[in-house]
Design a protein around this ligand. Structure first.
Ligand SMILES: O=C(O)c1ccccc1NCC(=O)[C@H](O)[C@H](O)COP(=O)(O)O
Length: 210
């Protein structure tokens, strides 16, 4: 199966359109007010309306209030939610939408147990733990901590870039890779050449496995 690519943290229409042309499967919009990649509803609508068919839109929240999430869902066509905080499974299920639960990898994390807790999730997104930030840090974690088998699709994130994407595909064999910092020119601004190289490396990793 082809490894999917999600690029997260778009703030500009032109970057999202460029990613779509390069073949990205999903784009992520960060609705976390403390993020340098945060978008408001107006920006999000402009970005989504510029996308061609078949590119999924993922809305990222961190421990957000239900009313705010509903406000976004009422105005922005979102395909999937990404919960990047400490949301319990019941909170993720409130919206009748597909969702991914992000897990920040640190000692004591039990992936099989989380896969049972969030059994209806569309994926478990594994990201690096950083005590000072909730995500989008560009830090990697030890991929050896990922179990070989998981009941949920694994979305590998954290410190990925064009130099390690191929290795990530070949060693972890995840359902998808998720990148933000590694394809940026600056926070919230994507670099077309880095996005192209990243997608090429993922495809190259797939080609060699097959
Ligand atoms: O991007 C942010 O600023 C952010 C803030 C708070 C929580 C999550 C955030 N981003 C998550 C992502 O961009 C990705 O899903 C992923 O974790 C990859 O991040 P990176 O290591 O920068 O490639």
């Amino acid at each position: 199966m082809r490894t999917r690519v999600k690029i997260c943290g778009f703030t500009r229409v032109e970057d999202a359109v460029c990613a779509a042309r390069l073949g990205v499967d999903a784009i992520g919009l960060v609705f976390y007010p403390l993020s340098p990649r945060h978008v408001d509803i107006g920006q999000a609508v402009k970005i989504v309306n510029a996308l061609p068919a078949f590119v999924s839109v993922v809305a990222l929240f961190v421990d957000e209030q239900e009313s705010r999430i509903n406000e976004v869902l009422d105005q922005v066509p979102i395909d999937c939610l990404q919960f990047h905080g400490d949301e319990p499974a019941e909170a993720c299920r409130l919206y009748g939408k597909r969702y991914m639960k992000a897990v920040r990898m640190q000692d004591g994390i039990d992936i099989p147990s989380l896969a049972r807790q969030y059994h209806d999730a569309a994926g478990l997104l594994l990201d690096a733990y950083d005590p000072g930030a909730k995500g989008g840090t560009g830090s990697r974690f030890d991929w050896n901590k990922i179990p070989e088998h998981c009941a949920l699709p694994i979305v590998l994130a954290g410190g990925l870039d064009e130099n390690n994407a191929r290795q990530a595909v070949q060693t972890v064999r995840p359902y998808a890779l998720d990148v933000s910092s590694g394809v940026e020119a600056e926070k919230g601004v994507k670099d077309a050449l880095k996005m192209a190289a990243f997608i090429r490396e993922v495809n190259e990793g797939d080609r060699i496995i097959i």
